[in-house]
Design a binder for this molecule. Structure first.
Ligand SMILES: Cc1cc2nc3c(=O)[nH]c(=O)nc-3n(C[C@H](O)[C@H](O)[C@H](O)COP(=O)(O)OP(=O)(O)OC[C@H]3O[C@@H](n4cnc5c(N)ncnc54)[C@H](O)[C@@H]3O)c2cc1C
Ligand code: FES
Length: 272
C-alpha cells in the first residue's frame, strides 16, 4: 500500500487536532560532505515549522529486514526543507546514503525534548563528531534572537572540519579542533578568558560521545557554568513505547527518547 504524502498526512492530522504520524517525505538534495559523512535535505513542512534544537526525527529504512527506525538530529531548516547530517556506521545509514534528490524516505517527528534556551546567555555549543549536527540547528535558531544572546561554537572533529563553514554564519565566534591537536576541553581551556570577557554568562549545550560530554560536564561544574547534554542511545521506537534507550540516572532509569535526549548535569549526576 503506498504511503500518504507529507502534505496529506499533515492535513489529516491537523483536521484531527493531533501531530502527524509517520509519512513519506521527498528527498530534495543529497551529497557527501566528507568521506563517510553525508547531508540529506528532506521536504517536511511539519518538522520545519515545529522542530526545536536537539529534537530528532526517525528515518525508516525501506529494507524490510531493518524494522527499526534510525534517529537523527536536525541540522538546519530553510523554508519547508530540513537538513540532516549523518555518518555511515551500519546498514541503515548505508541505505540512506544511496538516496538521491527525487527519492523518498519515511519520517516521524520531531521527537524528544529540546535544549532549554529560555535565558539570554552566551550559548556555548560544544560538539564532538556527529554530535555537531544538532548544534548547527541550535546556532541557527539562537542567531535569530535579538535579546543580546551570543553563540559560541566549540567543535571537536576526528579529522575533517566538516561543519565549521556551516556554523560560521550563525555563530558569533567559531572554534574547532581535530583529534591530532587535542580535544574540546583543551579548546574550552584556550577560550576561557574569552568566555569570561563576553557580555553574557555562558550556558553550555553539548552533544557528542558520552566520555566527551562527561569531561565537559566536569569542566563546567568546576566553573559553576550551567550545562545541558543531548545523549545518544541505541533506540527502538524513538517515542517511549519500548525500553531500548534507558539510561541510569540518580533519578532512576530514564528514556533518552522521551525524557530526553536533553538532560542537565544535575539530572545525570555528572557534577563531579
Ligand atoms: C537523539 C539522536 C540523534 C542522533 N543524531 C545523529 C546525527 O545527527 N547524525 C548521525 O550521524 N547520527 C546521529 N545519531 C546516531 C544514529 O542514529 C546512528 O548512527 C544510526 O541509527 C545508525 O544506524 P545504522 O543502521 O547505520 O547502524 P546499525 O547497523 O544500527 O549499527 C551500526 C553500529 O553503530 C552503533 N550504533 C547505532 N546506533 C547508535 C547510537 N544511537 N549510538 C551509538 N552507537 C550506535 C551500533 O552499536 C553498531 O555498532 C543520533 C542518535 C540519537 C539517539
Ligand atoms: S526508543 Fe523506545 S522507549 Fe526509547
Amino acid at each position: 500500500m503506498p504511503t500518504a504524502s507529507t502534505e496529506t498526512v499533515e492535513r489529516q492530522a491537523a483536521e484531527a487536532g493531533r501531530k502527524p504520524g509517520r509519512r513519506t517525505d521527498r528527498v530534495i538534495a543529497a551529497s557527501m560532505l566528507s568521506p563517510g559523512i553525508y547531508e540529506m535535505v528532506i521536504r517536511d513542512p511539519y518538522v520545519a515549522a515545529t522542530v526545536r534544537p536537539a529534537q530528532f526525527v526517525n528515518l525508516y529504512p525501506s529494507d524490510a529486514t531493518m524494522a527499526l527506525p534510525r534517529p537523527f538530529g536536525v541540522a538546519k531548516v530553510e523554508g519547508d526543507d530540513v537538513t540532516l547530517i549523518y555518518q555511515i556506521v551500519g546498514a541503515g545509514t548505508r541505505e540512506f546514503a544511496k538516496l538521491q534528490a527525487g527519492g523518498t524516505v519515511d519520517v516521524l517527528g520531531p521527537l524528544g525534548k529540546p535544549f532549554d534556551t529560555g535565558k539570554t546567555a552566551n550559548y556555548v555549543l560544544v560538539g564532538g563528531g556527529l554530535g555537531v549536527p544538532p548544534l548547527l540547528y541550535a546556532a541557527q535558531t539562537l542567531s535569530k534572537r535579538d535579546d543580546g544572546t551570543l553563540v559560541t561554537s566549540v567543535f571537536g572533529y576526528r579529522d575533517v572540519r566538516f561543519a565549521d563553514e556551516l556554523v560560521a554564519p550563525f555563530a558569533d565566534t567559531t572554534h574547532s579542533i581535530i583529534n591530532a591537536e587535542g580535544n574540546v576541553v583543551d579548546l574550552l581551556n584556550d577560550i576561557e578568558d574569552e568566555l569570561d570577557g563576553a557580555d553574557q554568562k555562558p550556558i553550555i549545550l553539548s552533544c557528542g560521545p558520552t566520555p566527551m560530554m562527561k569531561a565537559v560536564a566536569a569542566w563546567a561544574s568546576k566553573r559553576n557554568i550551567e550545562a545541558q547534554f543531548s545523549l545518544e542511545a541505541r533506540m527502538g521506537c524513538g517515542y517511549g513505547a519500548c525500553v531500548a534507550c534507558v539510561v541510569d540516572t540518580p533519578q532512576g532509569r530514564l528514556k533518552v527518547c522521551k525524557d530526553g535526549p536533553v538532560f542537565t548535569t544535575e539530572q545525570l549526576g555528572w557534577e563531579a
